[in-house]
Write a protein that binds this ligand. Structure first.
Ligand code: BES
Ligand code: ZN
Length: 618
């Protein structure tokens, strides 16, 4: 066995030097036990029951398998799953299986013996009450307050906590699913969806395009659907659906703009579901059905770049997928670039420039926090032995974005766009790793010209920490005007004397983020009276204001801080507030008090990070 494994590893290394997409073997993924070169899944038939009383999912996952011929077994990933039995073939003959030892973050391997010719394996299983992907919400934690809610979050390696699978982004499969839920609730998945409730509570789904496991997704609740355009629409709880439909009215236009840029949309339908506020992310690009936080319902369509972002993943990420989590920047950096191109197409260059400058400041802060020599500031990551969630930072998103901007500025937009369009077509439904991308870039965009590659310092961008000296210039005309107002304010103008301007929420956000770090309570109070920041309905602006409020101990915002932390579960918003709170002894006490109240409202993705930050042991 050992010899075979070593040989496989050798093949993998050889294979990773080969950039031809069709002949490439899989690249070793350190976050999966699976051995896809020996036996790999190609299709899933999922048949599950969602039990809200016991807070678990049970049923069977029937996998179609392709083997190398010699394979004696197939290996799946599981974590906190109770495996009841495994059967082989359509006739369902029980077969021996073995669960490996628990490995931190990875869970346990499930090795199933294969008899020659086995094409189907059915795994009977149930989830555990603390399955990390699942969040079970009481009615109180929903907008409607009457029905419970369940949603999943599989990225990066949590799919294995609700489905036994080969949980690696390099492994794709098609799927069908049958999901039974309580009769008055609707189930939706990252697949072709039924859209309407039925009396039986049994729903069926089909995903005919192959997807990796991290894009498996399910939501169950009192959910209704509203179409936006011919291929777009929104799901939300009934009390939220009107607001959602208003907020995302431009979805169809975004889809058309995206297609115009980088080619036909490959997933037929593009819908979005607004989840309860505990959703730990802003958005998640589940195919055909983006999952989104309700904190982007600002009432003025100002936070919809998030929709452009998740939509863009339909190309960068879902169509061409990072081979391993070390190549995460290929998913996110490209998506941020694409997102800003969509926003520019719809709302103009000034708008996209504001997003870029906000991103740039986030990046500077991240590099500052990590330290400019930290390996985690490299684009190509090394997450072996760690939770891939550790790789989720502004580096992949913004350093990745600015590298692509740099390349665009060198080659010109037209050439760069043609290159990207071809890239998405050439690698559609395939995976990509950093090394192969470099080869492809050199050949297809830089005309094999090594000197341009060197001049752009692309190796430094990808393999070295910090920000290279040739970082592209970032400017926003509109923000420069805001900077002048901030300066006036710093130099003594009162809030009332500031030019009365029809700013967009991005300009307000930039304003708040650039207020002096040592601003006095009096000045804060003056601003609050003039602009009502503590009560703003824009969660981005509110979050920035509350962070400053905690920093300056601005008491009038105390209640708002607590309310925000208890109600909202979006990690990106929680972390800065808790980080600011724990800077003082008194603040740390308060943080823990609030956290005890708030924690039941958070998804495991958020509690894992915040437990660590607060040194909280539940
Ligand atoms: N795919 C990510 C979310 C994610 C990344 C989940 C890694 C788990 C592991 C999604 O596309 C994303 O980037 N969301 C952002 C929003 C975006 C506008 C930058 C978020 O949630 O903040
Ligand atoms: Zn993303």
């Amino acid at each position: 066995m050992l010899k075979i494994r070593n040989f496989a590893l050798f093949l993998v290394i050889v294979a990773s030097c080969n950039s031809n997409p069709s002949s490439r073997m899989s690249i070793k993924d350190v976050h999966s036990f699976s051995q896809p070169d020996e036996a790999v899944v190609t299709h899933l038939d999922l048949d599950i029951v969602v039990d809200f009383d016991k807070q678990l999912i049970s049923g069977k996952a029937a996998w179609k398998i392709k083997t190398s011929g010699k394979a004696g077994s197939v290996i799946f990933d599981t974590r906190d799953l109770d495996i009841e039995k495994v059967t082989a073939g359509k006739e369902e003959k029980p077969v021996p299986f073995k669960l490996g030892n628990e490995v931190k973050y990875l869970g346990r391997s499930l090795e199933v013996q294969l008899e020659p010719g086995t094409e189907y394996l059915t795994i009977y299983y149930r989830t555990s009450p603390d399955a990390a992907a699942l969040q079970w919400l009481d009615p109180q934690q929903t907008a409607g307050k009457i029905h419970p809610f369940l949603f999943t979050q599989s990225q990066a390696i949590l799919a294995r906590t609700w489905i036994p699978c080969q949980d690696s982004p390099g492994i794709r499969f098609t799927y069908k699913a049958k999901v039974k839920v309580p009769a008055h609730l609707l189930a939706v998945m990252s697949a072709e969806n039924p859209r309407e409730k039925n009396a039986s509570g049994v729903y069926t789904f089909a995903m005919k395009q192959p997807v990796p496991s991290y894009l498996m997704a399910l939501s169950v609740g009192d959910i209704v659907y509203r179409p936006i355009g011919p291929r777009t629409g929104v799901y939300a709880e009934p009390v939220t659906i009107d607001r959602a439909a208003y907020e995302f009215a431009d979805m169809e236009k975004m889809l058309l703009a995206a297609e115009k840029l980088y080619g036909e949309y490959a997933w037929d339908q593009y819908d979005l579901i607004v989840l309860p506020p505990s959703f730990p992310f802003g958005g998640m690009e589940n195919p055909r059905l983006t999952f989104a936080t309700p904190t982007i319902l600002a009432g003025d369509r100002s936070l919809t770049s998030l929709v452009a972002h998740e939509l863009a993943h339909s190309w960068s990420g879902n169509l061409v997928t990072n081979a391993t989590w070390n190549d995460f920047w290929l998913n996110e950096g490209f998506t941020v670039y694409f997102e800003r191109r969509i926003m520019e197409e719809l709302y103009g260059k000034d708008y996209a420039d504001m997003l870029a400058v906000l991103g740039y400041h986030g990046l500077l802060q991240t590099v500052d926090e990590f330290g400019k020599d930290s390996p985690d500031t490299k684009l190509k990551l090394d997450l072996k032995g760690r939770d891939p969630d550790d790789g989720v930072s502004d580096i992949a998103y913004e350093k990745g974005y600015f590298l692509l901007k740099l390349i665009e500025s060198k080659t010109g937009r037209q050439k760069f766009d043609a290159f990207l369009k071809n890239y998405f077509a050439a690698y559609a439904f395939k995976t990509m790793n950093t090394e192969d991308f470099i080869v492809y870039l050199k050949n297809e965009l830089l005309d094999g010209d090594e000197s341009v590659y060197k001049e752009l310092k692309i190796d430094e961008w990808i393999y070295q920490p910090g920000l290279p000296g040739n970082f592209p210039e970032v400017r926003s005309r509109l923000f420069e005007a805001v900077d002048k107002v901030v300066l006036d304010f710093k130099q003594g103008k009162t809030a009332a004397e500031l030019p009365e301007k029809e700013w967009s929420s991005h300009e307000w956000l930039h304003f708040v983020k650039n207020l002096p770090a040592d601003i006095s309570i009096e000045k804060m109070s003056e601003l609050d009276q003039a602009f009502n920041f503590t009560n703003t309905g824009n969660n981005e602006v509110l979050n920035a204001w509350l962070e400053l409020s905690v920093k300056r101990s601005y008491k009038p915002a105390d209640q708002a801080v607590e309310k925000f932390l208890v109600n909202v579960g979006r990690r990106k918003f929680l972390l800065p507030l808790y980080k600011e709170l724990i800077k003082t002894e008194e603040g740390k006490k308060r943080a823990i008090e609030i956290y005890q109240k708030a924690r039941p409202n958070y998804h495991s993705v958020a509690t894992q990070t915040i437990d660590e930050l607060l040194e909280f042991h539940p």
